[in-house]
Design a protein around this ligand. Structure first.
Ligand code: IP8
Length: 249
């Protein structure tokens, strides 16, 4: 069946949701199966992106590689990307078992950062997959980085890049928390400007290279598409067009 490819939904599954964070290279099998069943219920073009959890981050810290700290060691690049491929295989398999037309897409093979750290992630193959009725499944990865060897490419960066290049209809980030929380741990329903939440997120000049909530909110506010942050219970409602968790933008 042919979809209108112009405005897909983009869903990110956080690494802490789909893996057991405390045990290296362990998939949270039951949680992943439940998420896959929710995703199988969705209509229309969908891109799935997932994070690293106990797969990528373990190898990245072992080799001292981060978003800003590169490595020219090919073994480090292979260890990190291969661990992420293993997790991606598990995610694609779980989605396929649930009846989703999932196909793997490995960012290391397509993306690059220039000397100014600007990311290029060509979206032509993903767009053509959507037009063919496939559900592309991308993942946080290493990325070749001019002058640095490889650095880490987070799932959040992939979401932001694809949301722009594909003109996403809506963006959803499934995380370990039910949304952006205020000082009383209540979910903030809407964030329209960073200043609204700077006091709970630690201020607009806090350096946050690890992709914490402040960095997420700032990047999502810059998108044209509305974005939502929710936990695993929010995936079904999000894909059904509801507004779980925190709406950003
Ligand atoms: O979990 C990072 O992706 P994230 C992936 O979305 C690696 O930050 C390779 C550590």
């Amino acid at each position: 069946r042919a979809f209108a490819v112009s405005s897909p939904t983009i869903l990110k599954l956080g690494g802490s949701v789909i893996t057991d964070k405390d045990a290296p290279e362990t998939v949270a099998t039951n949680r992943l199966a439940r998420l896959a069943a929710d995703i199988a219920g969705a209509d229309g073009p969908l891109v799935v992106v997932h994070g690293g959890g106990s797969f990528g981050h373990h190898h990245a810290s072992e080799h001292g590689v981060s978003r800003t700290n590169g490595s020219r060691d090919a073994q480090a690049a292979r260890d990190i990307t291969n661990a992420m491929r293993t997790l991606n295989d598990a995610v694609v398999a779980a989605l396929a078992d649930a009846g989703v037309a999932a196909v793997p897409v490995h960012p290391f093979s397509m993306a690059a950062r220039d000397a100014d750290s600007d990311l290029t992630l060509p979206a032509g193959s993903v767009e053509t997959m959507l037009g063919s009725g496939f559900v592309p499944v991308l993942h946080g990865d290493v990325v070749v980085h001019a002058g640095e060897g490889v650095t880490i490419l987070s799932g959040d960066e992939i979401v932001v890049s694809l949301a722009e290049s594909l003109g996403a209809d809506r963006v959803g980030l499934c995380s370990a928390v039910p949304g952006v929380l205020d000082d009383d741990e209540n979910v903030i329903s809407t964030i329209e400007a960073f200043d609204d939440v700077a006091h709970v997120l630690g201020g607009s000049d806090s350096t946050d290279v690890t992709g914490g909530m402040a960095a997420k909110v700032r990047e999502l506010l810059a998108l044209d598409s509305p974005a939502y942050i929710f936990d695993a219970d929010g995936v079904g409602p999000f894909l059904a067009g509801e507004r779980p968790g925190t709406r950003i933008g």
